[in-house]
Design a protein around this ligand. Sequence first.
Ligand code: BGC
Length: 262
Amino acid sequence: MIPIDLKGRKALITGGESGLGAATAKSLAQAGADVAITYHDAPEAAEAVAASAKAFGVKAAVIRLADVANQSDVTALFQWMDQEFGGVDILVNNAGIDGVHALCGESDPVAWRRVIDVDLVGAYNCAHEAVTRMGKSGRGVIINTTSVHEFIPWAGYSAYTSAKAGLGMFSKTLAQEVAVQGIRVIAIAPGAIKTPINAGVWQDPKGLADLDAKIPMGRIGEPDEIGHTIAFLCSDLAGYITGITVAIDGGMLLYPDFRHGG
Ligand code: BGC
């Protein structure tokens, strides 16, 4: 058996109180990492995730991150990480929003920019703090959560697709910068996964059928399928992987409409 072994690693997961972040915190803890979880407005949910992480015998703690787009909030978060955990070896940039559906001409420019700020600037803010610490220790992994919409246009969500495409290129550029310091940077592109962000779609039978039709594997994904992949990518088993986007999408990126015709 080849184990995924993250014993002694200190992991920080933003937006860890629900969905992919919660599943990731659990998977990293299961692999032996100590986990710090940031939440925005659901402290009880975050505490419940920390409790399930602790059940694997690791240290787990939660902290409120008021605004990932605010550099001083993020600096304070990393100072807390230094004090509570003694540094950071794994950063999972998971916090994100998709915004409201609005075509470009009808969208609110302030709301549009907010999606870019949270999804792209927020990930930059955390990476900015993480790389200096990881550079000193000579090891580290940064996982940036993009989406299949790093690649697939999505009408009504141009801020989200732009932020995710930007985050994909940020990941590659950062990977190139920090490889020599022993830091790996990997983007993951989840497809449709059963989380609160898209519950309005998968809880509706018609929405679910439409979603399933867009996925060659014919089903939406489970949060654990993201958490498990992230645990592997953070481990030394994936020690030669950096600077790419790993799709975890049941084949959504494969243009399923082209199974026939063309
Ligand atoms: C979005 C989900 C959506 C999925 C596939 C994700 O990035 O957050 O709402 O279902 O992409 O379209």
